[in-house]
Design a protein around this ligand. Structure first.
Ligand code: ADP
Ligand code: TRP
Length: 323
């Protein structure tokens, strides 16, 4: 069965760019293979140095992903640090990873460019990510475009390992849904928590409305016809509604006499309505942390079963088992 794997860092509140670019494709992938989905808390440690906040974000991320449709009955869902095998594999992989490969990776390069002192964790971030992917012999990794490089690095590392020690690892493929590869934020740039231009998935109604109403638009007057494909409003709206509602907005844009303010109100209604069942589910889960913790534990057990089988082969291959 096809193995699909993806992880998400618990480093802040989730936004609709995360949802459309990565979470929704991942949830949908539960229909076509065995999904491995985890909260990448070890990755967040490269940039977040606040224990209590880290713990709180992690719990929130577990709840968020369950609320958004990860089904622990059908999928393997766990917290990265609950599977210590990943740290051991990171070490083995690190020894077949050329430094030059990591120097070219974007998180480290960005830190260098900004003159921010990088730590070793940030530098070796892609090796930990390779361990995440290879430990579960994943075939497909659904991610947003910004993570493609990391999946390619994973392939390079797997090829190096396999050529040194024999065919131990499956080579994964990144899978990027092109229509949602880069969701724009309220200022038109890529939506990202680092740019402060996000629309949160589980924000308060007033705040979400305010955010959507603040989408930057051009000064075209209300009466003038507008090109829907040039508008952030339409490009997000069409991803939350069915074809006929999307068409209807596109026609109103083209016809003229339709202002951006009105379009933003419609976008807010669509987004708010879309997440309504997820909000309800989220609040049920938040009131039932025993269940959340039980899911976390069962998920870790399932993940460890697969992880330890791979690690056994790796240990034999590299020769740390001598009996
Ligand atoms: P952020 O840029 O807000 O820090 P992350 O880097 O934590 O978001 O991304 C988590 C996941 O969501 C990744 O798979 C990433 O590719 C995806 N993602 C983030 N922002 C967007 C976006 N604007 N459009 C599409 N996918 C996105
Ligand atoms: N690096 C990913 C991000 O920033 C998160 C992540 C960690 C991940 N390990 C992974 C994604 C393995 C896919 C597969 O979004």
């Amino acid at each position: 069965m096809l193995r699909i794997l993806s992880g998400i860092k618990p480093s802040g509140t989730l936004h609709i760019g995360n949802y459309l670019g990565m979470i929704r494709p991942m949830v949908e992938s539960q229909e076509r293979g065995l999904l491995f989905c985890f909260i990448a808390n070890l990755h967040s440690l490269t940039t977040l140095f606040d224990g209590p906040r880290m713990a709180q974000n992690t719990l929130n991320a577990l709840i968020d992903m369950m609320a958004l449709g990860i089904d622990p009955q059908r999928s393997v869902f766990w917290l990265q640090s609950d599977v210590p095998e990943v740290a051991e594999l990171t070490w083995y992989l690190g020894n077949v990873t050329p430094v030059g490969l990591l120097e070219r990776c974007h998180a480290y390069k960005d830190a260098q460019a900004k003159g921010v002192p990088a730590n070793h964790g940030l530098f070796s971030y892609p090796v930990l990510m390779a361990a995440d992917i290879l430990l579960y012999q994943s075939n497909i990794v659904p991610v947003g475009r910004d993570q493609k490089q990391h999946v390619e690095v994973t392939r390079d590392i797997a090829v190096k390992f396999n050529s040194a020690y024999g065919e131990v690892f499956t080579l994964p493929e990144p899978e990027i849904a092109e229509s949602v590869a880069v969701i724009p934020g309220v200022d038109g740039q890529k939506m990202s928590k680092s740019y402060g231009n996000t629309v949160e998935i589980f924000g308060e109604e007033k705040a979400v409305r305010k955010r959507i109403m603040s989408i930057v638009t051009d000064p075209t007057p209300v009466e003038a016809p507008k090109d829907p494909d040039k508008s952030v409003i339409y490009s997000i709206y069409k991803l939350f509604v069915d074809e006929s509602r999307a068409q209807a907005m596109a026609e109103r844009f083209r016809a003229g006499g339709y202002g951006y303010g009105e379009a933003k109100k419609e976008l807010f209604e669509a987004v708010w309505g879309y997440f309504e069942p997820f909000r309800r589910r989220r609040s049920e889960l938040a009131d039932n942390l025993d269940y959340v913790n039980e899911v976390r534990k069962t998920g870790a057990d399932k993940a460890r079963e697969v992880a330890s089988a791979t690690l056994k082969r790796v240990r034999e291959a590299v020769g740390v088992i001598c009996s």
